[in-house]
Design a protein around this ligand. Structure first.
Ligand SMILES: Nc1ncnc2c1ncn2[C@@H]1O[C@H](COP(=O)(O)OP(=O)(O)OP(=O)(O)O)[C@@H](O)[C@H]1O
Length: 624
């Protein structure tokens, strides 16, 4: 007989991670019909038929035919698709008002947009429902419940068992790592002062002390607050106080972030003031977390390094941890030797992983110590920093006041309606045309560095992929503006000046999903320039991995990159994608200037609406 817990894992890998649910739901050839209690939930687009299918299979394998349990299981599957780890049944009637797909405001079904069906959903009776779930043969009730059931009830929430286990694993690992590590205090203090001599760098010194004296440190901070600098110097300090010869691994969730980390940490190490720090530390290499753990052919959930065969490293530093999912964090922590140090770095205010869990934010909320937040912006202008802070703190009045005051770093095009008029996007059009002309002119002249400079000068960001405030629409608009500015659209597959976004990792060219480049003319035809201006490299078009034109991108895609100037067109205030994390991430992509195009109600809605991600991990851990 099929093991139901295995089924839950595989079904979900298909359902939640590859996005098949939406495509199945959208297909007119859906191979099954939903009847009974769950049907109105599908009609109201709270559930997809794939959620229901997975839930019924999971429950059915255990002989469970109570539709209330099927509904609870389907809501758990839906919650995972939306980034939550579990579902709180008591809160479910109040929290599932939004339709189930990721772009609801763009193409809402008539019924869902009127809200009628959602209001009239036949929710089970509130005390009998959890009781039925807990008593079900498909559900393990509590932490001590049976180990072979696909669902688990714990802490008043329903989980797919596998995610509950991951949560338990992370909590256990974190708790075990809280015990202080003894070090030579005088030596540590000397290293800390040598590496961060300036009085105002106290937070960075605190981060080094934390990393030296514990086996788990969480280092947070917005862009330009010195996280990368601190990583490099804390490695140098550890080589002094706990080394030499420590084996250090640097990693990040994406290939692009890993490459950037390696480059900036090594730049910083080469710039260390003291020869002995440079010599002890040497060059560091970085990889993706998946690569560090050792991928296994045919499995995205099991790795070569795990609790039985741990990583050999003494120090593991992971950057951009806001993008880490709960399962990946669990696999990482269990694979690091219990005696080794882990340093998790990131900005918990940014959008979280597209997969389940907001584990960095949960750790910041739950850890009694070992969390160091860097707050001094070194790179960011003060207006932008103030705006980012107001958004992060949920202060809508202040965010609106800062936007309205404007300045060199801030422009707010306060639109009259949800869809901006041509007049309202005039400054955006001017910017896109000016930067586009510079890009195309440089590319046609074969000046790759100037073209890359123009590529990073401005980026248009959107919350949605489709619809009136979506990437598809605005990409086409921006491309038209540039085409008009530069003598018309070319029919060539690779016209010089076309900006490209790589959409998959490619070992042979060393390009990563998320890398951007620009087509440039060369003596031998066209090629695509990647990298930083002044340090570019050219890739022949026939060697290019899958890529698409990039005249605009989602805020999610922009994560991990910064641009000199950023414009963001906000969707309607009612869009559930319009959240504090989204606006914060958009604003912090800008190095010098942000242009926000949208209504005041959209700005306020964004600042006040937080991404809701249910998990059991954010509760405070005891301090001893
Ligand atoms: N203590 C310091 N004193 C002076 N300058 C610093 C200090 N720490 C960092 N910087 C400088 O501030 C800038 C930003 O630092 P860094 O790149 O380390 O920040 P970050 O938080 O990693 O940014 P991002 O998230 O964008 O990667 C760099 O130019 C760095 O050299």
């Amino acid at each position: 007989m099929t093991d139901p817990s295995a089924l839950s894992a595989t079904s979900l890998a298909g359902a939640s991670l590859t996005g098949t649910t939406n495509s199945l739901d959208a297909s007119p050839d859906v191979p099954w019909r939903v009847h009974g209690l769950l049907a109105p939930f599908v009609a109201a687009r709270v559930l997809t038929s794939a959620d229901v299918h997975v839930a019924r299979r999971v429950a059915g394998l255990c002989g469970e035919d109570d539709e209330r349990v099927h509904l609870a299981a389907a809501l758990t599957v839906r919650a995972l698709r939306a980034g939550s780890v579990c579902v709180d049944l008591a809160a479910a009637p109040g929290t599932v008002v939004e339709p189930a797909d990721d772009e609801p405001a763009d193409e809402p079904s008539a019924a869902a947009s009127e809200g009628r069906l959602v209001d009239e959903l036949p929710w089970p009776e509130p005390t009998g429902w959890p009781a039925a779930v807990r008593a079900s043969a498909a559900v393990a009730d509590g932490a001590d419940g049976p180990a072979d059931r696909p669902l688990r009830w714990a802490g008043g929430r329903l989980y797919l068992d596998r995610y509950w286990r991951d949560e338990v694993e992370v909590r256990a690992q974190v708790t075990d790592r809280l015990a202080p590590l003894p070090v030579d205090e005088a030596r540590l203090e000397a290293a800390v002062r040598r590496l961060f001599p300036q009085e105002q760098d106290e937070r960075q010194r605190a981060a080094v002390r934390a990393a030296a004296t514990s086996r788990l440190t969480v280092l947070t901070g917005g862009p330009g607050t010195g996280k990368t600098t601190t990583i490099a110097r804390l490695v140098a300090a550890l080589q002094d106080v706990a080394g030499p010869g420590l084996r250090v691994a640097l990693a990040a969730p994406t290939g692009k972030a890993a490459a950037r980390l390696q480059e900036s940490v090594n730049d910083e190490l080469r710039a260390l003031a003291h020869d002995e720090d440079r010599e002890r530390t040497g060059e560091l290499r970085s990889s993706t977390v998946h690569r560090l753990l050792g991928t296994r052919p045919g499995s995205s959930t099991r790795f070569r390094h795990d609790a039985r065969q741990r990583l050999p490293h003494d120090v593991v530093v992971v950057d951009e941890c806001s993008m880490m999912s709960l399962p990946l964090m669990a696999r990482l922590l269990e694979a690091v030797r219990p005696t080794s140090r882990v340093v998790l770095v990131g900005d918990p205010h940014q959008l979280a992983s597209v997969e389940a869990g907001a584990v960095l934010g949960d750790l910041v909320a739950s850890l009694p110590r070992g969390v160091v937040e860097l707050t001094r912006e070194h790179r960011f202008g003060s207006e932008l920093a103030a705006l980012a802070r107001a958004i992060r703190d949920g202060d809508a009045d202040r965010a609106v006041a800062l936007l309205r005051a404007g300045g060199d770093a801030i422009e707010w095009v306060e639109t009259a309606g949800d869809v901006p008029t041509a007049r309202e996007v005039a400054t955006l059009e001017h910017e896109v045309r000016t930067v586009g002309r510079a890009l195309v002119t440089a590319a046609r002249a074969g000046d790759a560095d100037a073209a890359l400079l123009a590529l990073g000068a401005h980026r248009l960001l959107l919350a949605h992929r489709r619809g009136p405030a979506g990437v598809a629409h605005w990409s086409a608009v921006a491309e038209d503006w540039v085409a008009h500015e530069t003598g018309g659209r070319s029919a060539a597959p690779f016209p010089p000046g076309r900006p490209l976004l790589v959409t998959s990792n490619d070992r042979s060219t060393g390009l990563y999903n998320g890398d951007t480049g620009v087509v440039v003319a060369t003596a031998d035809g066209v090629a695509v320039a990647f990298g930083a201006p002044g340090a570019h490299r050219l890739v022949a078009t026939h060697r290019l991995p899958p890529a698409q034109s990039v005249h605009a991108m989602t805020v999610h895609r922009g994560q991990g990159s910064q641009f000199t100037r950023v414009s963001v067109v906000l969707p309607a205030a009612t869009s559930p994608l319009l959240t504090r994390e989204l606006l914060y991430t958009a604003v912090t992509r800008a190095r010098e200037r942000i242009r926000v195009i949208g209504t005041e109600s959209a700005v306020r809605a964004a600042v006040l609406r937080r991404v809701q991600r249910a998990s059991g991990l954010g509760r405070p851990l005891p301090s001893s």
